[in-house]
Design a protein around this ligand. Structure first.
Ligand code: ZN
Length: 102
């Protein structure tokens, strides 16, 4: 059975729609639970919006384009997270699970 691949264009559309939805609902960062600065340009400041994935793309590339796995995060939190698996249970709003292994 051939794999159905979404186009990059569709991915861009999904990302834009996700951002609009998060901004409209003032969605908080799923990693730390703090408000996101939706006025800042994406990925520019620590508090600006960054599209995170429930499962790290590096480990689950097949899920990269799946909007069901999109999560709103701070640019800084996403950077701290790296490619770690999500915290369990999801909803534990703490940065404690983030280990810095350097
Ligand atoms: Zn955060």
């Amino acid at each position: 059975m051939p794999r159905v691949r979404k186009t990059t264009r569709q991915f861009e559309k999904d990302k834009a729609a996700f951002f609009t939805k998060c901004k409209a609902s003032h969605a908080v960062c799923w990693l730390c639970g703090m408000p996101i600065d939706y006025e800042a340009t994406k990925n520019t400041t620590d508090d600006s919006f960054n599209l995170d994935h429930l499962y790290p793309v590096s480990k689950h590339p097949e899920l990269q384009f799946d909007p069901a796995g999109f999560k709103p995060s701070h640019t800084s939190c996403n950077r701290l997270r790296g490619n770690q698996d999500p915290p369990t249970p999801i909803g534990t709003l703490s940065r404690q699970w983030i280990n810095t292994n350097d």
